[in-house]
Design a binder for this molecule. Structure first.
Ligand code: OAD
Length: 246
């Protein structure tokens, strides 16, 4: 099922970089945004995932993020996440993950080199003094959280129309430019600049691999497209890689 050249390239590689999207967390029970059961099929991003919507309907936006935060707090990493921990053990500091996911599951699984391109739902910050908050509690009485300084607190996630965090994006571009092997896993390739990272890797000479349950908008650029669940394919790759290393 896994082409031999994938294992061969990984055996030769010194630097391996990965881009992940919602699909890698699907097997943990976190819904994706697009495709069957996708969040954006039922809810409008323009009503929930931008700053104007937050200022207009702060309590509704907080209720939604609070619901997602509770779901994610009760969610565990899956076999795909754990396989990426194994890859980090093999390549050490030369293994990086750039993730569009805000669900903290790569870190929960044990990966260290994770660049969060779209933020992290477990963090929030004050829009007035920028102080970070990690223990926001929303309930019927307190539907909108405020900072000690009186400022409104927002989730530390990137909304439509906002810039990505500069450090994370720079590091992700560097990782794509320097990678010998580049993976794009469980992302539909709809949202830029993240969706542009695989082509940066490809232009810079990386061997590029896509893992997804279906072909995507960007499938054509990859050297190899592996169709299937990341929770099946990634452990298989790690197994084959370890067998060859013996
Ligand atoms: P999408 O929901 O757009 O795409 C998820 C992809 O995962 C799809 O291509 C699915 O085919 C694939 N998939 C589903 N289950 C899978 C599995 N078990 N194994 C492998 N692949 C699987 O999610 P993203 O590409 O991450 O942005 O979306 C990008 C951004 O759009 C998100 O970060 C979010 C959203 O709006 C913001 O909120 C800023």
């Amino acid at each position: 099922m896994i082409p031999q050249n994938v294992i061969h390239k990984l055996r030769e590689a010194k630097k391996v970089a990965v881009l992940t999207g919602a699909g890698i967390s699907a097997e943990s029970g976190v819904p994706t945004f697009r495709g069957a059961g996708g969040i954006w099929n039922k809810l409008k991003p323009e009503e929930l995932a931008n700053f104007e919507a937050f200022m207009r309907n702060t309590d509704v936006v907080w209720e939604w993020y609070n619901m997602r935060k509770e779901l994610i707090n009760n969610t565990q990493p899956n076999k795909g996440h754990y396989a990426l921990v194994e890859l980090e053990k093999i390549y050490g500091d030369e293994f990086t993950i750039s993730t569009q996911n805000i669900d903290n599951l790569h870190q929960k699984a044990g990966n260290k080199n994770v660049y969060e391109l779209h933020g992290n739902i477990t963090r929030s910050y004050c829009i007035k003094c920028n102080k970070f908050h990690s223990d926001i509690k929303i309930d019927e009485k307190n539907r909108i959280p405020y900072c000690d300084c009186g400022g409104l607190i927002r989730p530390d996630v990137v909304w439509f129309g906002e810039n990505l965090p500069e450090f994370e994006l720079t590091k992700s571009i560097e990782a794509a430019e320097n990678a010998d092997v580049y993976f794009s896993i469980g992302t539909s390739g709809n949202v830029y600049p993240a969706a542009g990272l695989p082509s940066v890797a490809k232009r810079s000479g990386a061997f590029t691999i896509e893992i997804n349950t279906e072909r995507t908008l960007i499938s054509d650029l990859f050297d190899v497209v592996l169709i299937g669940k990341s929770g099946d394919i990634l452990p298989e790759i790690v197994k084959l890689l370890k067998e060859e290393v013996k």
